[in-house]
Design a protein around this ligand. Structure first.
Ligand code: ATP
Ligand code: MG
Length: 408
């Protein structure tokens, strides 16, 4: 493998004090994991061959400079931007040559730009020349060699980046924007209620962006809903897993028979809210068992009948741990935009049957209360159904589960 040096940049503001080293190490480890998984697959022993080294304020990754590497880095939370760089001796003449070489490299797969600029940043004051003097020095050497180029500080279509450091300096032709956020693993773990729609995968990834790893739980309408749905859920879980350093399992709860029992017992208008309360009770039990601190859902205030504030509050009151709802204030356009950015959109919109529409009333109640829900729940045994659900649970993926591909 032909390895290049890739510089990883992150915001330093979030990292004051003692946490800083820990944050940087987490980011470096995650970079290595995401990149090697993308290039070499989960089980490859080649992992060690991709290295990530902390240098003052930056991380240096040695990795093949391929689409796979760029795609993995675009999913690395905590990163703000990255570039493939030429390491060069911290010396004006060496910087000039490296600048010309970087432009020539760029010209191999780009047209000749018209307007360019050089942007030097002195991370260390290792040279007596100022940033602007270095810009001019390197820029005029480039202009002499390529006279059609004009310098344009405001509207350049090519920017040569230069970073001056004591040990060695860096020169690059392209900076790629990344997602920002916090490195996954810098916060405690959660469990996402993953349904087949647009919202919950986006919700899961939003929580990852704040540093919390997440595993998944799906309530499967089997035997009324087929394996096709499960296949889609598995693929969605895999898409979300691409953003975290350790792939996490999907817990599958057989839910169709439980829904049927609830549907037969309760008032049709209350079915949806009661299903949701059962999901939250069951998910809370699983969360306790696997030791996570919160549940995550894709709920957004007022989006559908089950998401009025009254119904959300009725659903909330059976939770034993916090429910995080990162999409609560987002409208559908914003959620679609995020689904596209995170590349879950096309999978999410594949048509499948949703278990929540099983036996559902066309006009569910909008303003439920805890006491009306409790009244309905006296008509069946809540604890028996929770126990039934947990006894039928399957674990797919992660370190201990069956493969995350139920259908091959
Ligand atoms: P989504 O787009 O995520 O399917 P939605 O807009 O369809 O959400 P609802 O069906 O009301 O909204 O579901 C709200 C949330 O409840 C989902 O985002 C998800 O977190 C959870 N949920 C709903 N159904 C299931 C299910 N079968 N298994 C796991 N979680 C579910
Ligand atoms: Mg749904």
């Amino acid at each position: 493998l032909d390895k290049r040096t890739v510089i990883l940049r992150y915001h330093e503001i979030a990292l004051k004090g003692r946490n800083r080293k820990w944050f940087e190490q987490r980011l470096a480890t995650n970079a290595k994991r995401l990149v090697s998984r993308e290039i070499l697959g989960e089980l490859s022993g080649e992992k060690e061959k991709i290295s990530a080294t902390l240098i003052d304020g930056r991380i240096l990754l040695k990795a093949p400079w391929t689409n796979e590497t760029r795609s993995a880095l675009r999913r690395l939370f905590g990163l703000t931007s990255f570039s493939a760089v030429r390491p060069v001796k911290t010396d004006p003449q060496a910087l000039v040559s490296a600048g010309i070489e970087a432009l020539e490299d760029y010209l191999k797969d780009h047209e000749m730009p018209e307007r360019f600029r050089v942007r030097t940043r002195r991370s260390h004051k290792a040279l007596s020349a100022t940033s602007m003097e270095l810009d001019t020095l390197i820029g005029s050497a480039i202009k002499t060699k390529y006279p059609t180029l004009t310098v344009d500080l405001k509207n350049a279509d090519f920017t040569l980046g230069v970073e001056i450091r004591t040990e060695e300096s860096f020169v690059w032709s392209t900076s790629y924007q990344a997602l920002g956020g916090l490195p996954v693993g810098t916060n405690a773990s959660t469990l996402t209620l993953l349904s087949g729609g647009l919202d919950s995968p986006v919700a899961a990834i939003q929580i990852l962006s704040r540093g919390s790893p997440t595993s998944f739980i799906h309530f499967h309408g089997v035997p009324f809903v087929g394996d096709q749905v499960l296949d889609k859920i598995c693929r969605l879980a895999e898409l979300v897993n691409r953003f975290q350093p350790h792939t996490q399992p999907l817990y599958v709860i057989p839910f169709g028979n439980i829904q049927e029992k609830i549907a037969l017992a309760v008032h049709p208008k209350m079915r949806t809210v009661i299903y949701r309360r059962m999901m939250i009770r069951i998910a809370s039990e699983v969360a306790k068992k696997i030791g996570v601190l919160a549940l995550v859902t894709g709920e957004s205030l007022g989006q559908v009948a089950s998401q009025t504030l009254e119904n959300l509050s009725t659903i909330n009151s059976v939770a034993e741990i916090p429910i995080l709802r990162p999409l609560i204030g987002m409208d559908k356009d914003k959620i679609i935009e995020l689904a596209q950015r995170y590349e879950t959109f096309s999978t999410s919109i594949e048509p499948t049957l949703d278990c929540c529409t099983l036996f559902a009333d066309r006009h569910p109640i909008l303003r439920s209360t805890d006491s009306t829900a409790l009244e309905q729940e006296r008509k069946f045994s809540v604890s028996d159904l929770v126990a039934e659900a947990l006894s039928g649970m399957r674990t797919l993926g992660g370190r201990t589960g069956d493969p995350l591909h139920p259908i091959q």
